[in-house]
Design a protein around this ligand. Structure first.
Ligand code: GDP
Length: 310
């Protein structure tokens, strides 16, 4: 990529998109194209058609999506399926029509079967049934991968797909109903400490294992893929280590300074038992994580205090 390439970052206000913008700017990319949702609704095909015809970006990073934690995914399958299909169909198709040189589609580790081998290799895609709590979102993301691969195979497009593990960091969603676990627990532990509660309620059994990657590390991996990876085969992005939800909760409480008792709410779903990505392919390109989990949680807590807790 050239520093003056026009790069459209779809979803620039989200956690992933905003991290991409920070990274691209710090690397000297000076021609970034963004649009607020109020100016460009990516679900609206006519608006997307017009936007691509007028702007003609050279590179597209598709980080716009309807996302949410286990409860939101489970409660709103229609929205997660339909909105994501609409956004990605429009952006991928019109990127092709306007001759975008390269497109990076961001998927998710939930595309893999519920009982995939661990760590999960890219070849596990479509080898078994999905986890029911996020099946709608996963199906949409799988359709996005397949659409990118179809454009590559049928028309020679350089459309690549990265599968990030569970992410966290600045601009995460801290709404307790719709957020993912790390942001939810940071907020819950902070509020429990502030109120001087002696108890903290955590969803599920604490036994599921998840892998967590700071979004700034994801952004650095995405830049590397844009520079060096030109295959339609999907590629995992993770740190290669997982942790149980119980251990994560204890770590968060330690960072925040909450020392009360943990109560496990068995009425809430655990979701998939384990989600650890095999990152052999990414490591072979020379990438590795730079933000250890404890530091990343500390940085995210600082961001939360400065931006959200107010
Ligand atoms: P998942 O990776 O798709 O399952 O998404 P989440 O990040 O929402 O949840 C991961 C795990 O954390 C699940 O086992 C949840 O039950 C558990 N968990 C514990 N407490 C919470 C919470 O307050 N919010 C969320 N979203 N998950 C929680």
């Amino acid at each position: 990529m050239n520093k003056s390439d026009k790069i459209f970052v779809a979803g620039h206000r989200g956690m992933v998109g905003s991290a991409l913008i920070r990274r691209l700017e710090s690397e000297g990319f000076s021609n970034l194209l963004v649009r607020d949702r109020s100016k460009l609704d990516l679900r609206d095909e006519r608006a997307v058609t017009k936007f691509f015809a007028e702007q003609q970006p050279a590179v597209v990073i598709l980080a716009a999506a309807k996302v949410g934690g286990i409860k939101a995914n489970n409660d709103f399958p229609v929205e997660f399926l339909l909105e994501n299909l609409r956004i990605q169909n429009n952006v991928i198709h019109w990127a092709y029509e306007s001759r975008v040189r390269k497109l990076l589609f961001l998927g998710s580790s939930c595309i893999y079967p519920k009982f995939a081998p661990q760590p999960i290799p890219e070849t596990a895609l479509l080898s078994g049934p999905l986890e029911p709590t996020n099946e709608a979102y996963a199906i949409a993301k799988i359709a996005g991968i397949k659409l990118c691969q179809a454009y590559a195979r049928e028309y020679g497009a350089n459309f690549i797909s990265a599968m990030p593990t569970n992410l966290y960091g600045p601009n995460d969603n801290f709404d307790l109903e719709t957020s993912h676990v790390l942001a939810a627990l940071l907020r819950k532990a902070h509020e429990a400490k502030t109120r001087k509660d002696r108890k903290l309620i955590v969803w599920g059994s604490g036994k599921p294992r998840r892998e967590f990657l700071h979004v700034d590390d994801l952004a650095s991996a995405c830049l590397l893929l844009l520079e060096k990876y030109d295959s339609p085969e999907i590629i995992n992005v993770g740190c290669g280590e997982d942790i149980s939800i119980r251990e994560l909760t204890e770590l968060i409480c330690d960072v925040v300074g909450f020392d009360g008792e943990l109560i496990w709410d068995a009425t809430k779903p655990d979701g998939t038992p384990r989600k650890l990505l095999d990152v052999t392919k990414l490591r072979a390109l020379g990438w590795k994580q730079s933000i250890p989990l404890r530091d990343g949680i500390g940085r995210t807590y600082e961001w939360f205090l400065a931006n959200y807790a107010r």
